[in-house]
Design a protein around this ligand. Structure first.
Ligand code: ATP
Ligand code: MG
Length: 458
C-alpha cells in the first residue's frame, strides 16, 4: 500500500529521457526493481554486460512486471552473437537452426538469450504470396529488434543494472493504460504473420487489457490468412489459449472478432456443437480454475473433453444399430480420432490417455459386484472421475451417478457393500441404451480388442 503510494508520487515527478529514438524510463517512474528479475536472467545480463555487450530483459517478462503479474519466464536480448554468448557462459548451448538462440542454465533455471534481430528491409524481405514472412533471422540492433516485435507492450527492454526501461514504440504508456497495440501498420504486420491476430486475442484475455481499435479493426477482414499457417503452429497457439488460465475469455474474444469460424478446426469443435457447448465451456472453466489453483492440467484431458460429444454421438448411433457398448466405443473413438487427426494435428501421444478417459466413462455405469472396486484401481480413475463430474454438471448424465462415485471412493468397506447395486441390469441411467439383439451381418465391434473391459449394460 505504502509502496504503491510512494511509487505514484514518484511517478508524477520523474520523467523519461530521450536517448536516440528511445525513451528511457527511469525506475522512479516505472517502479520495477532489479530484485523482481529472476536470478538467472540477472546473472546473464550482468555477465554479458561485464564482457562488454548490451543485454536486457525483454518481452513478456517486462510487460508482466509492469502489470503486476508474475512472469512465466525471463528472456534476454543482446547484441552479442550466439557464439559470443556461449563463450561467456560455461553452461550454455546454442539451439535452433533458423533462429539461433542460446540456452544458459543456472541450476533449475534456463534463460533464453536471443541476439537482436532486424526485420529485413521492405525490398529484400522474403514473404510468400500472401505477405507472410518467411525469413526474419538477420541480426540487428536494439532499435531494429524492437521494431520486429509484435505489440508495443512486448517491445520493452529492461536493464537490471540501471533499472531503466528502453521504449521505442510507446509501449510503456500503452501498458500502463492497459492497451495492446500492434507496432506499425496492422495490415502489414498481420500479413507477415497471421498468428499475431491470435496472439492479440490471447494476450489481451490473459492480461485483462483491451486491444486498441486500430489494432483490432482489420482482423475480421484478414482472418482467412490463418488458412496459410501450418496446422502445427495453429494448434500450438490454440493450446496456449486453452491453457492460458483465461480460456473462457479467449473463446469469447475469438467469437467477437469472428476469428473462430472455419479457421481453427479445434475451436470449431468447441463452438459449433450445440449439445456439447455447455460441456466444453464447463471443461474450459474447470481448466482455468485448476490453473488458478496451480494444479496440473493435461492437454489430453482437454482434448478428450473437446471431442467427447462427437464420440458420444457416434457411440449412441452405433449402439442403436446394435453394437455392444464397448465395441461401439472403440469404433466411435477410432473414427473420431481418425477424422480429427486430419484437421487438428493433435499429437498421437495423447491418444492413449484420451481413449482411457472415454472408455472408463462406460464403466461408471456399473455399480454391482466387483466392478466398482476394479474401476477404483485404474490409474486413470481420477481423470475419468473428473470427466464424469463435467458430464453431470452439463446435465448429460444424472447427477446422482457423480454423487454415488464421490461417496463410494472414500466410503468405509461396510458402506461400500451397502452402496453396491444388485447385479441385475435393471438400473440403466437415462442416456443408456440397452441393445441386445444384433442385426445379422453386424460385426462384434471388437475394434480395440478389449471387449473384456466390460461395458455398460453388459
Ligand atoms: P507469454 O507470457 O505467453 O510467454 P510472450 O509475449 O512472452 O507471452 P512469447 O511467445 O514468449 O510470448 O514471445 C516472446 C517475445 O517475442 C514477445 O514478447 C514478442 O516480443 C516476440 N514475439 C513472439 N511472437 C511474435 C510474433 N509472432 N511476431 C513478432 N514478435 C513476436
Ligand atoms: Mg514468453
Amino acid at each position: 500500500m505504502i509502496r504503491k503510494l510512494f511509487k505514484r508520487v514518484f511517478r508524477r515527478s520523474a520523467k523519461p529521457k530521450v536517448v536516440g529514438r528511445a525513451q528511457v524510463i527511469p525506475f522512479a517512474m516505472h517502479g520495477v526493481a532489479c530484485e523482481q528479475i529472476s536470478y538467472g536472467a540477472k546473472r546473464v545480463t550482468d555477465g554479458l554486460q561485464a564482457a562488454g555487450y548490451q543485454a536486457f530483459v525483454v518481452g513478456g517478462a517486462v510487460r508482466d512486471l509492469l502489470l503486476d503479474k508474475t512472469p512465466k519466464d525471463f528472456d534476454v536480448a543482446t547484441n552479442a552473437t550466439p557464439e559470443e554468448v556461449k563463450r561467456v557462459f560455461r553452461r550454455s548451448r546454442i539451439i535452433g537452426r533458423r533462429f539461433r538462440l542460446v540456452h544458459v542454465m543456472f541450476g533449475e533455471e534456463l534463460v533464453e538469450v536471443a541476439t537482436f534481430r532486424c526485420m529485413t528491409d521492405a525490398e529484400d524481405v522474403q514473404t510468400d504470396e500472401h505477405g507472410r514472412l518467411l525469413r526474419d533471422n538477420e541480426f540487428g540492433d536494439q532499435e531494429q529488434d524492437a521494431a520486429r516485435r509484435d505489440f508495443t507492450a512486448n517491445a520493452l527492454f529492461y536493464d537490471p543494472a540501471t533499472q531503466e526501461i528502453h521504449d521505442y514504440h510507446g509501449g510503456y504508456a500503452d501498458t500502463r493504460n492497459h492497451i495492446l497495440r500492434i507496432i506499425g501498420d496492422p495490415l502489414v504486420r498481420y500479413r507477415e504473420d497471421p498468428v499475431r491476430m491470435l496472439r492479440a486475442v490471447r494476450l489481451s484475455a490473459k492480461l485483462g487489457i483491451r486491444i486498441d481499435e486500430v489494432t483490432a479493426a482489420p482482423i475480421a477482414q484478414l482472418k482467412s490468412l490463418l488458412d496459410n499457417v501450418p496446422q502445427a503452429r495453429l494448434l500450438d497457439e490454440v493450446l496456449k489459449m486453452l491453457l492460458s488460465g483465461r480460456s473462457v475469455e479467449c473463446i469469447k474474444a475469438l467469437r467477437s472478432l469472428e476469428l473462430h469460424h472455419g479457421l481453427l478446426p479445434l475451436l470449431d469443435v468447441i463452438l459449433e456443437q450445440p449439445i456439447g457447448q455447455k460441456f466444453v465451456m464447463l471443461a474450459l472453466k474447470n481448466t482455468d480454475e485448476r490453473l488458478a489453483q496451480e494444479k496440473p492440467v493435461s492437454p489430453a484431458f482437454l482434448f478428450a473433453a473437446l471431442l467427447w460429444h462427437e464420440v458420444l454421438a457416434d457411440w449412441e448411433r452405433l449402439v442403436k444399430q446394435g453394437e455392444r457398448p464397448v465395441g461401439a466405443m472403440h469404433l466411435a473413438m477410432d473414427g473420431v480420432l481418425a477424422r480429427q487427426k486430419k484437421k487438428l494435428a493433435i499429437p498421437h501421444r495423447h491418444d492413449a490417455v484420451m481413449k482411457e478417459i472415454w472408455l472408463l466413462q462406460l464403466r461408471f455405469e456399473q455399480r454391482s459386484g466387483q466392478r466398482p472396486y476394479r474401476l477404483l484401481e485404474q490409474p486413470r480413475f481420477r481423470a475419468a472421475f473428473d470427466f464424469l463430474l463435467l458430464r453431470c454438471a452439463s446435465n448429460e448424465v444424472d447427477n446422482e451417478l457423480g454423487l454415488w462415485w464421490d461417496e463410494f471412493q472414500d466410503a468405509s468397506d461396510a458402506r461400500r457393500e451397502e452402496m453396491l447395486q444388485p447385479a441385475t441390469p435393471g438400473t440403466a441411467k437415462k442416456r443408456r441404451r440397452k441393445p441386445r439383439k444384433k442385426p445379422a451381418g453386424q460385426s462384434g465391434g471388437d475394434a480395440g480388442g478389449s471387449a473384456n473391459e466390460g461395458g455398460a449394460g453388459e
